[in-house]
Design a protein around this ligand. Structure first.
Ligand code: GLU
Length: 379
């Protein structure tokens, strides 16, 4: 922990930002209606980041809260089938308000509903990531929620804090903003302990920090600080800084930018180095590609691996699997996530990327391992 002025990053410094909006911010609990004015102001903040050139992603809760009132379901925890039904009704409204609010500020919204499997299974993860990346390339704003209508009791996030952190890692975002109804992390429950202090910067999530998020019995932890700390661990490991701030005030992002109260969780890494470390260290390789000397030189100079430079493949790998890259003498020079199944890869190796469509009957990526999905020996 350090002083805020010394170490607080500036919002203007980030190029890809995920903003998570909690249900209580969007949906008025008494009237069960949307807080349109608040949303319009937030959209203004998002438009400012977008105009400056940053990529913006939104993770928005509120489907269940909105649908619940339309269907006349009671407050409090709902049985699974009721929360699925509420989400089915509420998500339509939620998507519309985001499309309108962002549209009013000249931005295009694209809805993505994710299940746990989409972020945890490598193959599906890759497809979800490609869709996110493409939307961002096209300057659209992905608006993401959990697909609560098909989430099951066992296989779901259940909270959008951790979902947003996984999205941040998946999109290689460099900042995750959790807008909530708390200022940030306090040394103790501020409702009970008058000496409780807001912690401005957390350099690393230690056991002491986790303890501050409270035990199950604490009123404070029910506000969701524990899932926020979990989110901080996921986001910072993935190379993103994370900030928790009270979103209830108007223009909450401008408030953070102006040095308003919040807690920053800092990452020691960048999205790219975090991703490469993950590829280098944590995956079980499912096969290998042998490359010629020219390709080995191209990789060393920062290029992607093209089929033309591959002399041989081994293993029954699938698209998205981690495979080893070996040089002409069989030495391992790196590893990476392969863009083709082994059966397709076998048909295109040694050939020019221009021939891929003719050989396979579909237009796949030009590279067999993209530079961003590759960790070489020294990285
Ligand atoms: N996905 C849920 C919804 O949209 C919200 C989960 C959360 O609030 O963290 O209603």
């Amino acid at each position: 922990m350090t002083s805020p002025d010394a170490a607080t990053p500036s919002l203007a410094a980030f190029r890809r930002i995920v903003v998570k909006v909690g249900s209580s911010l969007l949906v008025d609990p008494s009237e069960a209606d949307l807080k349109r004015e608040w949303l319009a102001q937030l959209a203004g903040d998002l438009a400012e980041l977008h105009r400056r050139g940053a990529d913006v992603l939104v993770v928005s809760s509120g489907a269940v809260a909105l649908g619940r009132s339309v269907l006349g379901l009671p407050r409090g925890a709902l049985p699974l089938e009721d929360s699925q039904a509420a989400a089915a009704v509420g998500q339509i409204a939620l998507a519309r308000v985001w499309a309108e609010a962002l549209g009013d500020r000249g931005m295009v919204a694209g809805q993505i509903l994710l299940t746990l499997g989409d972020t945890e299974e490598r193959r599906r993860y890759l497809y979800a990531r490609e869709c996110l990346t493409r939307l961002l390339d096209l300057r659209a704003v992905p608006v993401i929620n959990e697909n609560d209508t098909v989430a099951t009791a066992e296989i779901r996030y259940g909270d959008n804090d951790r979902l947003a952190a996984r999205v941040a890692a998946m999109a290689s975002a460099d900042l995750l903003v959790l807008l909530s109804d708390v200022d940030g992390l306090y040394t103790a429950d501020p409702g009970r302990d008058p000496a409780a202090r807001l912690i401005p910067v957390v350099a690393r999530v230690t056991a002491a920090i986790e303890a501050m998020a409270g035990g199950a019995a604490s009123q404070f932890s029910r506000g969701g600080m524990r899932t926020k700390i979990e989110a901080a661990k996921i986001a910072t490991t993935g190379g993103a800084h994370m900030v928790i701030a009270d979103g209830r005030a108007p223009s909450p992002l401008s408030r953070i930018a102006d040095g308003g109260p919040c807690t920053w969780f800092l990452t020691p890494s960048t999205p790219m180095t975090a991703r490469k470390k993950w590829i280098a260290g944590s995956l079980e390789p499912k096969g290998c590609v042998h490359v010629d000397d020219g390709a080995a030189r191209a990789l060393a100079s920062g290029k992607s691996l093209l089929p033309a430079g591959v002399t041989r493949i081994e293993g029954g790998f699938a698209r998205g699997d981690c495979i080893l890259i070996r040089n002409a003498r069989g030495g391992e020079i790196g590893r990476g996530l392969v863009t083709y199944d082994a059966s397709d890869a076998a048909q295109i190796i040694g050939r020019s990327s221009r021939d891929i469509e003719g050989l396979l009957g579909f237009k796949g990526p030009d590279e067999i391992i993209h530079r961003d999905d590759m960790a070489l020996g020294g990285e």
